[in-house]
Design a protein around this ligand. Sequence first.
Ligand code: ATP
Ligand code: MG
Length: 440
Amino acid sequence: DGLRLDIISRDGHSISRRQISENALKVLYRLNKSGYKAYLVGGGVRDILLGLEPKDFDVVTNATPDDIKKLFRNCRLVGRRFRLAHIVFGRDVIEVATFRGHHSESNDKVSKSNAEGRLLRDNVYGEIDEDAERRDFTINALYYDISDYSIRSYGGGINDLNARTIKLIGDPDTRYREDPVRMLRAVRFATKLDMQIDAVTADPIKALAPLLADIPAARMYEEVLKLFFAGKAEANYNMMQRFGLFAPLFPQVGALIEESPKGHAAKMLQVVMRNTDIRVSEDKTVTPAFFFAAILWYPVKQRADDIAIESGLTHYDAYVAAMGDVLEKQCLTISLPRRFSTPARDIWQLQLRLERGQGTRAFKLLEHPKFRAAYDLLLLRGEVEMGNIAKIAEWWKAFVEADDTDRSDIAKSIKGSNSRNRNAPQRKRRRKPAAKPAEE
Ligand code: ATP
Ligand code: MG
């Protein structure tokens, strides 16, 4: 048994060396000239064959990390779970891995799984065919051989690529248990490459989705960036929801959405995803601070309402406490770095000030370093909630877009006229905090 192997010779495929980065070629040739096998593998091969520009180039070889280290002065060995060599060319890094093998005769030092079957360590070396069996999808088990420019395709990868099918190598249930992140990767490749997930590969996802809760939060953060900051956020989000993959990552907002699928939280998620994709397509910056602030706004709001009822804290203090609670809980599944969680808090606190800070106070708010992000969130809330928040958002829009003289007029007009009673929800709420159950 073993995986089916197809070899496509150099004149049977479209990959030319011109499409491979100079640094990747250097690494491939150096390994090969030193007597090792060397292949370009995975996304690099796949993307070139699909006419896309690869994000990065990965190399595999039968040289061990120590062998590689001896060949390249600019080599750093990294990784625990998978030991890898990074060959560093300034800002460009070529990742070089040694063929991975099976686990049968290995011991705890080199390989280890947990009770659910998840691989904790995977440093058994092997041959190329074993390496192919350890890869996730057939379209990623493509190897470009630098010695004769042929492509080795395992498990029917080249056919699946042409049929635009995402197919897991091996038994899907086992492979997802070994590494639940593969479920997210299936979704990400389907949207990025515009492919279908094969039925057998899609089938177990819903049942196994909860396993994602156990993935280390730091790794999850990296995956979340790839899912939502590469221009396919909306498609990934929708597919994740269909497979039950969203709630395990974002349990708090996931629960709100489950409770009321047409509520504010659900609408906000749609709006944020679409907004993020538009920003990416316009080459505007997208920051995890804004993204998380927007996604978690309604959980914060609900938590703040609960806290206010339970503890009798003021509106403002209840929000501050809620922000801490919500962030802490979120960071159990996705570790948002502090350089993003701190500005996320600013964006939240500014919501409260924007809601009541029209009139001449607006000038001061305008100078806050996080004003722009907070204002952007207010606009999204306007789209989601409509009603009063939409009116406040409209006022701010007029204020922000006006020139200096008009601005003063806008500020004065609102202060002198109806701003007090029109925008005084905090007053009402202070008298009757229990009346409003956050959503709906
Ligand atoms: P992209 O870089 O565009 O996200 P990629 O396929 O190159 O896509 P990487 O994360 O760079 O993805 O991984 C490189 C290769 O390593 C993959 O093509 C796949 O063969 C293998 N691989 C990556 N992650 C896993 C995983 N969780 N399980 C099994 N194999 C994996
Ligand atoms: Mg890659």
